[in-house]
Design a protein around this ligand. Structure first.
Ligand code: SF4
Length: 400
């Protein structure tokens, strides 16, 4: 396989890093983002690592991040920095970060965070997963660097558990978003979701991890629903972090679900993993990114960083597939999403699909945010009723 690396290469890689902590003394932490903690913990613990999971994002974390960041930097950086500070205070000495170069600031995050944390007096090793450099090879090197694990079975177990848990968390969320607006007994879907998160987290056998997705689908089918209910469908898309993190997006999927809206989120860990780590010749179906590039072609010729092309491509796709509306989430001052926000005006007009862009940062007030969502949902509901009436009239004319 392309990713085969010798021990000598791995050692050379380790020497190039700021590495004076032995593998057995390492306590590893990474930033919070949605439920990335569940699969990543399974992967690292299977390789023999000790991990610390900082508390979920909160007002306290945001305040800490804002206080220690330069003004104008995007909110994902502020929260990531706060996660690092909290983890270091809890005893972590190894910080992991995914980074990608390009026109987005994510390429500079690690250097900035490293400098800030050193200036604050913390001692640590920062391990960077540079996903756009060499993908699987880079990933294996980074895991070797933090664990010094040479046992192939442990890698097999770690990656199997990690990957299957990523897909299982995605599936549990997909089911939650579908069932919540239709459930007869309020709270059933949420209860089922929380139950499965716990089971996913506690699963420690490869065989059981592989069967999680199937079992989750089956279990959600047992929830009583009103399948005749009028439930409009909305695509949720935008910048990766703010779409995935329920703290910063004020748990928008719950807000929408409680308003009787089915959410189809367009950003999933599973898609991202397949796109980044899986060799392209193994991908049988069209990837999410490939679909977006295809659908965005009338508005954008090439990706410009972040999720810009995905935002455009997904919106065109939504319009062509009968989706009722699109909610676009973007952090304040995020360059790629500011570009897409401007293009979306034209896409919305040309493709005839309602789009609501919501800017998120530490200044975003929940009350105003919900009011804007309510007004948008009102609009798409009325629009759907009108479309259904027109279609009904057309049918009647044909039948006459
Ligand atoms: S996509 Fe935007 S918010 Fe995300 S890291 Fe890049 S600049 Fe920051």
């Amino acid at each position: 396989m392309k990713a085969k690396i010798s021990e000598e290469q791995l050692n050379k890689y380790s020497k190039n890093m700021d590495n004076n902590i032995s593998a057995k003394d390492r306590i590893i932490a990474w930033p919070r983002m949605g439920r990335i903690d569940i699969p990543l913990k399974a992967l690292l613990v299977s390789l023999g690592a000790k991990v610390i999971i900082p508390p979920a994002n909160s007002n306290e974390a945001l305040e800490l991040g804002v206080k220690n960041s330069i003004e104008g930097i995007c909110v994902p950086y502020k929260l990531n920095l706060a996660n690092y500070i909290m983890a270091l205070n809890q005893g972590a000495n190894t910080l992991m970060m995914f980074q990608a170069p390009g026109s987005c600031r994510l390429g500079n995050y690690t250097k900035m965070a490293q400098k800030t944390l050193k200036r604050m007096g913390y001692e640590f090793d920062m391990v960077i997963f540079d996903m756009y450099q060499s993908k699987m090879k880079q990933t294996l090197q980074a895991f070797w660097h933090v664990t010094h694990c040479l046992n192939p079975f442990k890698y097999y177990k770690g990656f199997s558990l990690g990957f299957n848990k990523f897909f299982a968390v995605d599936e549990a969320q997909k089911q939650l978003f579908k069932i919540r607006p239709r459930e007869i007994n309020k709270g059933d879907a949420e209860k089922c979701y929380n139950k499965w998160l716990k089971i996913i987290d506690e699963t420690n056998s490869i065989w059981k991890a592989k069967s999680l997705v199937k079992k989750i689908k089956k279990d959600f089918k047992n929830i009583p629903i009103d399948d005749k209910k009028f439930v409009p469908k909305v695509f949720l898309l935008g910048e990766f972090f703010v779409v995935l993190d329920p703290y910063i997006n004020h748990d928008i999927e719950k807000i929408l679900g409680d308003m009787g809206i089915e959410v189809e989120r367009q950003i999933w860990f599973g898609d991202w993993l397949e796109g980044v780590l899986k060799p392209s010749f193994l991908n049988k179906k069209e990837s999410h990114r490939a679909r977006c590039v295809k659908y965005a072609k009338d508005y954008m010729k090439r990706p410009i960083g972040g999720e810009c092309i995905e935002t455009i491509g997904d919106t065109v796709y939504a319009a062509k597939n009968g989706i009722d509306g699109v909610i676009h989430l973007l952090p304040f001052s995020c360059m790629p999403e500011i570009v897409s926000q401007n293009i979306l005006n034209k896409v919305s007009k040309n493709e005839e699909i309602p789009v609501l862009s919501l800017v998120l940062d530490e200044q975003t007030g929940k009350a105003g945010y919900i009011t804007r969502i309510e007004a948008f949902i009102d609009l798409i509901k009325r629009r759907r009723i009108k479309i259904n009436e027109i279609n009904k009239d057309k049918k009647e004319i044909i039948n006459v």
